[in-house]
Design a protein around this ligand. Structure first.
Ligand code: 5AD
Ligand code: SF4
Length: 484
């Protein structure tokens, strides 16, 4: 096995101590492949496995478009592929464990063909202990890079292939807002809906969360580049964009403009693209100006994912969430007053260190009061290097699981009631694909981002049609296509 060339190793302390006064670098990156790499890549196959959030999905799309640009061909399964890449998620421990299982399977590929390149990128590789673990237990991995190194992906791959090296290059910090990624649609996962990064990183440092260490300081893309990307997507026939940021309300703070997100959202809506949505707002930073823009433009989807994390003030404080239960509830009331039919979803963590019965009851009562359309629930997972991982925790795993089940049952009950209210209504559905389970059905999303299935064929893909809802399920609606 080759010895790894350690260009740079991650460092969580360094990642936390970033210098916010350093200027941001908006350089247009050079993504030109060497002629060596282009002739190596022609006709070879690759497989990318992506875990985690939309930021990772978008990063994988960019890597995919770079690999296609050197003539490589994508395949779904990694068996037999010349390049296997894992784009990892570090938010919870089970995603990390899953990676180690998958690496065992990838090794079978490597054993059959030593020319096969196995690479790992994404948030897990920003953790020094994880990189050490991979180097020790999976030495056949020949390419390790981080979330801040995608711009140098092709030159890294070139060195691995041309000089037969194994390389670790993970920058802990970045002041870069990269521009100039391929604009063609080849790398995108869909030809109908597209993710558009509006900013990178997070400065919030919620005590349980690893993201500020793995994705770096908040840095916003320039408005003109975002609008140009949306216009380009519209010209290519895309119907929907999702604006991405860990904390979209912070958009523009690095230019000194606290209210920039509302302005950006309005300009995106004015491009006339059929549908716009965004993830993720942070409750106490969410400005009512954004509600006004949402109410003003029909093409902004009445959909909001507003993570609450807990209904207990004591736990919110320990989480370093910068709002109280009352403040969160008043934002929700204001939102529903202005956008009565808004679809509201959230994230909730149960079993945060020393969460008491009363803290948990407070979460249940908040869920009842808000009555969410959907919620993602997680059992707290300690992330080494974060402050919460050092907190005392006397709550047993059994109690955490019991609480998780009770919370899930309540959320499902609320969500089902809200879904039932759609029955008999007419919704507008953007059709995206033939249903996986039933090939006579076609599936899409209504303006609230509710999944809808109807009888129909692939000719409907990419069209927006009216549908009468006849049946409701927890995660989807069934309906009949109406004549236009
Ligand atoms: N344990 C459990 N859930 C977590 N999340 C983030 N960090 C952790 C953790 N350490 C959840 C939060 C966040 C979502 C993306 O993941 O609810 O909003
Ligand atoms: Fe993590 Fe909190 Fe930032 Fe969200 S706002 S990415 S939960 S630190």
């Amino acid at each position: 096995m080759k010895k790894h060339r350690l260009v740079s190793l991650p460092n969580l302390k360094e990642a936390a101590g970033r210098n916010l006064s350093k200027p941001i670098d908006y350089t247009k990156v050079n993504l030109q492949a060497s002629s060596f790499l282009s002739s190596w890549g022609a006709g070879k196959t690759f497989c990318i496995k992506t875990y985690g959030c939309q930021a990772n999905v978008r990063d994988s799309e960019i890597i995919k478009s770079l690999l296609l640009s050197i003539g490589m061909v994508e395949q779904d399964d990694f068996l037999g592929a010349s390049l296997i890449l894992f784009n990892t998620c570090a938010v919870r421990e089970n995603a990390e464990n899953h990676l180690y299982g998958e690496l065992g399977r990838a090794k079978e590929n490597y054993d059959k063909n030593h020319d096969c390149i196995i690479g790992i990128c994404g948030c897990v590789m920003q953790e020094e202990f994880a990189v050490k673990h991979v180097l020790k237990h999976f030495p056949f991995v020949s390419m390790i890079f981080g979330t801040n190194n995608i711009t140098s992906f092709l030159s890294l791959l070139n060195d691995v292939v041309q000089y037969n090296q194994s390389i670790v290059d993970v920058r802990s910090n970045s002041d870069l807002v990269p521009e100039g990624f391929p604009e063609d649609r080849t790398g995108r996962s869909s030809s109908i809906t597209a993710f558009v990064n509006i900013m990178y990183g997070c400065n919030k440092f919620c005590t349980y969360c690893i993201v500020p260490y793995t994705r770096g300081r908040e840095r916003s893309r320039k408005e003109e580049n975002i609008i140009a990307e949306v216009k380009c997507l519209k010209e290519q026939g895309y119907k929907q964009v999702t604006l991405l940021g860990q904390n979209v309300d912070a958009y523009g703070k690095d230019f000194g403009d606290e209210y920039a997100f509302a302005g950006l959202l309005e300009k995106v809506a004015q491009t006339g693209i059929e549908r716009v949505r965004f993830v993720t707002p942070y409750p106490s930073d969410f400005k009512t100006e954004v509600f006004d823009v949402m109410a003003k433009y029909d093409n902004i989807m009445p959909y909001l994912h507003l993570p609450v994390q807990s209904g207990s003030d004591a736990i919110l404080k320990k989480m370093n969430r910068r709002y109280t239960r009352e403040q969160y509830l008043s934002i929700v009331h204001e939102l529903r007053r202005r956008l009565p039919d808004v679809f509201l979803s959230t994230d909730i963590i149960v079993g945060f260190p020393n969460e008491s019965d009363q803290d948990f009851e407070d979460t249940l009562s908040l869920v009842k009061e808000v009555s969410y359309d959907a919620a993602f629930t997680f059992i707290y997972s300690p992330r080494p290097g974060t402050p919460a991982a050092r907190m005392e925790d006397k709550v047993s795993m059994e109690t955490k699981h019991e609480r998780f089940d009770r919370l899930k049952a309540l959320i499902d009950e609320c969500a089902q009631k809200r879904a039932d209210a759609y029955i008999g209504k007419t919704v507008e559905v953007l059709f995206e694909k033939v249903s996986d389970k039933d090939k006579t059905r076609i599936s899409g999303y209504d303006r609230h981002n509710k999944l809808v299935h109807v009888k129909g064929d692939s000719s409907l893909i990419g069209t927006i049609r009216k549908v009468k809802v006849t049946e409701s399920h927890l995660y989807s609606l069934i309906g009949e296509l109406l004549d236009d």
